[in-house]
Each structure stands twice: as C-alpha cells, then as structure tokens.
Design a protein around this ligand. Structure first.
Ligand SMILES: [Zn+2]
Length: 381
C-alpha cells in the first residue's frame, strides 16, 4: 500500500487517534510515580491486546521507578530481522499539572502534559499496528516497541534494556518529539555533575576568620566550569542550580551546584570529565566533592543515520510530505542506540511544541501524516 492510500486511511482515523492520545495523556505518569506509570502501561497493553491476541506484551520491573513495557509484534518474521521502536511512558510533569495545562483542543492544537513528549506518538504507533492487522499489511521485519519508564531522568534502569534490544535490531526508530517537524539525525551527549564544597562554619560576626566558606569556594570554581564552554566544538558546560549556607550570620559550611554538560563528540566528553575531575579547592580548608559523570554518549550523524534519513525522506515525498533533518543539543535514549552502531532515526514524533513546559501541545493536522510516515518506514525497512 503506498503512502497516499495509507494517508487516506489514517486521516479517516484521526478522531480515533485523538481519543487514544487524550486517554493516555489524562493518566498522569511523572518519572518515579510507579502507580501512574503502571496505569498508563496497563492502558497501552489493553489497546494493543485488543488489536490482536498474537501481540505479546511484557512488563519489566524498574523497582520503585515503576516498570518498562516491551511489546513484540509480527514475530513470525523473526528470521527477517528486527526493527526497534523506542519511546517512553514517563513525563516531566508532576501530578496536578493537568489542571494547569488541561488536555484540550484549541485552534488545531492538542494541549496537554506529555502530548508532544511523547504519549501522542505512542497512540499513533498503536493505531499503525491496528491498520496493519485490519488491512493485512505485513512488515518485513519483527517489530519491538520498547516504552521505558525513566527516560526523563536519564534512564538509570532503562538504558540496559534499550541497549539489549537495540543490539539485536537492524534499525531503530525513536518516536521522541520532532524539532518543528524535523527529524533528529544528531544529538549531543550529556553529562550531569554535582559539585559540593565542604567548608568550616563559624560565627560571621565574632570569628569569621575561623570559618572557611563553602559558598566562596564554589563562586571561585564556577568561572572555571564556564571556561569549558567551547563554541567551536559545540561543547557546553553550565552551572544550572546552586544552593548553600544556612542563615545570614554563619560562614557557610556547605554549598553545592549542578553542572549540565553537552558535547558532540566522545573525545570532548573525555576532555571535559577530566577537567572537572581536576578541579582543586582554592582554600585548602574546603574539601571539594564531585559526583556524577557522562550520562549519554552523543548520537553522531553517521553514514548509516544519513542513509536512514534519506529513505524516510523519500517515503515522505511519496505522499507530498516534506521531511527535513536537524541536529540538537537534547539527548534521548536514541543516543545509547547510536553508540552501538545501529542506525537510528530520532525525533519521528508529531509536530508540536512546548516540551517540558505547561504549554505543551501537538498540531492535530500532523497526526495522520506522521502515522503514514512511520507506517511506511515499518513496512519498507
Ligand atoms: Zn521524551
């Protein structure tokens, strides 16, 4: 079935996809909220099992973070290879956020926390599977849909499963948000550090000289961290939070800051982690403690990634959909997959905006087009 025919089918099912999106978004599932995560996973399982009794799902416990959801479909084609679809069921929005960004449609925009990032795309993938079954369309490869529950907090438990599933896949489609419709063929890698200073407290009026200020120490370290920014290589290092001290008349014993690091090449990651490890206190009565490190490797725009993008662009053109690519600073689980050498196409999600904010939405006129694009990829890869 060609793109134009499929697009017609998905356009006719748009209202149905919107209903499923709303159902998923209405269940609030912030990271670490095991109850919300489990509820949304249950909803997805119900939708998938309703399509075909052949479709199998599996929950993988993530302890107090909840659980990941693994769905394997079209397994009868096991010898023909495997495609991995990646997504996540957690959101950054704490419970109660839906009062501030109610799930609603206004002027062609479907608002709601976790619509754009990325529950709407889960609903779309489910509808694609339904269309495959109803229209008797068989993908060439087995499809595994992995929906993790801790992507938004750096995938402490999801990473292992992402890497395991990706390692046995021929290609990976990441249904994370697009960049204004553009797919992502490169993402920076990330590092997260916490720099702590342990000084000596004393009375700020009576005997300040006996104290060693943790805040002063951090204030001297921060410019060194910011010196690591390098516009040429695209490496960034920024102190994004800071706290310290107890009251206004005590030389502060403790202070800490969080450092966000981004880089396009692994060599840059090593350079920056060495530099942070080498930080030494200006006042030797203050002890510095550094925790954290490199989290996600960069998703590099390799030949394989470009080749996958070109295929997608060609499939999109079949139904007059113009697909462009871009490279961004934000990381996703696609970064782990890219590091294994598996071709990745990231940012396949519906056009929208406001990820991680209370103004998050998707454009409803892009739903059927994205569904068509992903369906064509699943059929042709
Ligand atoms: Zn996301």
């Amino acid at each position: 079935m060609n793109g134009k025919e499929l697009l017609e089918i998905f356009e006719a099912r748009k209202a149905r996809m919107i209903d499923s999106i709303i159902e998923l978004v209405e269940i609030e599932s912030p990271s670490r909220d095991a109850a919300g995560i489990s509820e949304v996973a249950g909803k997805i399982e119900t939708l998938v099992h309703d399509i075909s009794p052949e479709f199998k799902s599996e929950r993988i416990s993530a302890g107090e973070l909840g659980g990941h959801l693994l769905i394997r479909v079209f397994g009868e084609k096991a010898d023909a290879g495997k495609l991995l679809i990646l997504g996540h069921i957690d959101t950054v929005h704490p419970r109660g956020s839906k009062e501030k960004n109610p799930t609603r449609i206004e002027n062609g925009r479907l608002f709601g926390g976790g619509t754009f990032d990325m529950k709407a795309n889960i609903a779309v993938v489910i509808e694609i599977l339904r269309v495959f079954i109803e229209q008797n369309l068989l993908p060439r490869k087995t499809i595994t849909l992995l929906l993790s529950c801790d992507e938004e907090i750096g995938s402490p438990t999801g990473r292992e499963i992402v890497e395991r599933e990706a390692g046995s896949s021929d290609a990976c489609l990441v249904c994370e948000p697009s960049a204004d419709g553009k797919v992502k063929t490169g993402r920076k890698g990330t590092g997260m550090y916490r720099l702590k200073a342990h000084g000596i407290p004393s009375h700020a009026g009576l005997e300040p000289e006996k104290g060693a200020s943790a805040i002063l120490e951090l204030a001297r370290q921060i410019p060194l961290v910011h010196d690591l920014n390098d516009a040429e290589t695209g490496t960034t290092a920024n102190v994004c939070t800071i706290r310290g001290g107890t009251t206004s008349n005590v030389i502060p014993e403790f202070a800490e800051c969080e450092i966000d690091v981004r880089f396009s090449k692994l060599s840059e990651a090593e350079k920056i982690s060495d530099a942070i490890a080498r930080l030494r206190s200006f006042d030797d009565r203050v002890a510095l403690e550094i925790i954290g490190g490199i989290n996600r490797p960069p998703l590099e725009r390799t030949e394989k990634v470009v080749e996958l993008f070109r295929k997608a662009r060609k499939l999109a053109a079949e139904f007059d959909y113009d697909l462009e690519e871009t490279q961004v600073g934000g990381a996703s689980d696609g970064n782990f997959v890219g590091a294994l050498g598996v071709p990745v196409l990231d940012g396949l999600g519906i056009r929208g905006s406001g990820a991680h904010t209370l103004n998050e939405f998707i454009y409803t006129d892009d739903i059927a087009k994205r569904a068509t694009l992903i369906a064509r990829l699943l059929l042709e890869l």
